[in-house]
Design a protein around this ligand. Structure first.
Ligand code: ACO
Length: 324
């Protein structure tokens, strides 16, 4: 019987400290009005100096495992998407695995910046379909605040810290859950655009950690084009009509990108999950954080068709279709 992965649970964690636009306007030459009008962001959460990406990931993982009704001992694979790992190595996923007391299976990181969670979900789904894992913890976790140039107003106002997680479980049975789970995922990258959005550091190139650099206007154009196209592609792969979509859970990079993408797909505003006003762009954490919000407040319910999408540095982009 065909194996597929169903969503068994989800969870999230946001650092306690909230930084408002007004606070940022005291540090760089910007304003609350500019940030809201250009991006939709009102505030972001920023990790405490002692909080590492793994700490955020572990908190989100506990939340997701609890909501799944499983225990940590049931997890046989941990995949963590991040561009801000605790260390160059070992992977942050191994920190999470150890903290959860998991001693079997495997743990590794996936790096596709803001698209990281969609990439990690696709890898997890393939492991499940191939019978290599039964219960996978898929996490997106970032402390982007550590790689921001806090004097560069064109980037420091955009990002926040956080973590979100899903538990994917293998399902084979027929019955009323037979059509649930990850239906299709499409991934893309175009390395020719690597210098539109990058960090100007790293162990092999400069021995420093570096800071985020972005050609915002160019990235914006690619985002609208690539996201509309990959959503169309994933709907086709999942044999879904756009009228069947209950929820679009987009990467929360810019409210204008989300609105333009949704308009191209003729999706009404009330089908779009937005957290950008409260979270800012949390890179690989943004999609699972938004997903968790809409599940916990009862918008996304069993049987709903949910489309996830993201684009980030690389450039990388992707979309996933899930029947919840
Ligand atoms: N406050 C006030 N003014 C600002 C600020 C700020 N924080 N930042 C830039 N400006 C100024 C610029 O200097 C420029 O001034 P000028 O006209 O005098 O030169 C003006 O505002 C317009 O700048 P643009 O960059 O053209 O502004 P734009 O409308 O494009 O908005 C933004 C910038 C928000 C960055 C937008 O381009 C964007 O969202 N891009 C895409 C981001 C994205 O999707 N990233 C992908 C994921 S992230 C990842 O993978 C890590």
């Amino acid at each position: 019987m065909t194996r597929r992965s169903v969503i068994a649970g989800c969870g999230a964690y946001l650092p306690a400290r909230i930084v408002t636009n007004h606070e940022l306007a005291q540090r760089v030459d910007t304003s609350h009005e500019w940030i809201v009008q250009r991006t939709g962001i009102h505030q972001r959460h920023i990790a405490d100096d002692r909080e590492k990406t793994s700490d955020l990931a572990i908190a989100a993982a506990h939340d997701a495992i609890e909501s799944s009704g499983l225990s940590a001992a049931d997890i046989d694979l941990v995949i963590l998407a991040t561009a801000t790992p605790d260390h160059t190595f070992p992977s942050t996923a191994t920190m999470v695995q150890a903290s959860l007391g998991i001693t079997r299976g495997a743990a590794f990181d996936v790096h596709a910046v803001c698209s990281g969670f969609i990439y990690a979900l696709n890898v997890a789904d393939n492991f499940v379909r191939l019978g290599q894992a039964d219960n996978v913890l898929v996490i997106g976790a970032e402390t982007f605040s550590r790689i921001l140039d806090w004097e560069d107003r064109s980037t420091c106002v955009l990002f926040g810290d956080g973590a979100g997680a899903l538990v994917l479980s293998a399902a084979t049975g027929a019955g009323n859950s037979a059509d649930r789970g990850v239906l299709a995922t499409c991934l893309h990258s175009d390395g020719r655009q690597h210098d539109l959005l990058f960090v100007d550091g790293g162990p092999s190139s400069s021995r420093t950690v570096g800071h985020v650099r972005m050609e915002g206007r160019e990235v914006f154009k690619h985002a609208v084009r690539n996201l509309s196209s990959v959503i169309g592609e994933v709907l086709e792969a999942a044999q879904l009509d756009r009228s069947e979509v209950d929820w679009l859970v987009p990467h929360q990079a810019n409210r204008r990108i989300i609105a333009t993408t949704a308009k191209k797909l003729e999706l009404p505003d009330d089908k779009i999950v937005m957290t950008i006003d409260r979270h800012g762009n949390t890179s690989a954490a943004s999609v699972p954080l938004a997903l968790n919000d809409a599940v916990r407040d009862g918008r996304i319910t069993t049987g709903d068709v949910v489309i996830l999408e993201a684009m980030g540095g690389g450039l990388t982009w992707g979309a996933s279709a899930i029947r919840w």
